[in-house]
Design a protein. Sequence first.
Length: 169
Amino acid sequence: MVQGDLMWARMRAISENNDFAIIFGSAGVPPDLSNNTYYIYDDNDGDFGTVGPETGELVKTGVIPDQYKGVGYGFVTGIYDGNPQINEGVDPSVTFSSKDFGGLVGRRIWFKFEPTGRSNKAGSIYLIQNEGPTTINSRRKRMYKITVITTGRIGTYRWHSGPSDGIWE
């Protein structure tokens, strides 16, 4: 339900006329996505981009394996996604850029929806089913991508392997 939570955060940003920020994984250098979580913050005071998350702003925590058994952040190398951006030494499973916030130890991977419904950054979230066959070809068939573009549009795609290559559909 990652896409649903992102859509919910976008609609709340519009209806409450303030920013809603989404953070992926845990803080660190580099940020750690192994806990397969994301956090949604209601930035009532509009300072998330400079100070980061504050007490009382967290409104929702998503744990991907709790929502979808056996699914987590993941990226199969060798698949071209059309986005050359890779976080600074970070697992390419989430392509939003990371940032240090004042007073926090480490970096965070994040973006926000603004009151207009727009996103301050474009990026993708890659999900993969971790159970089942572990060959590269079988993992490619179980890979999904959720994209957010700066207009606020959220799209979901599945990797479809073709005879010689594959495409996102």
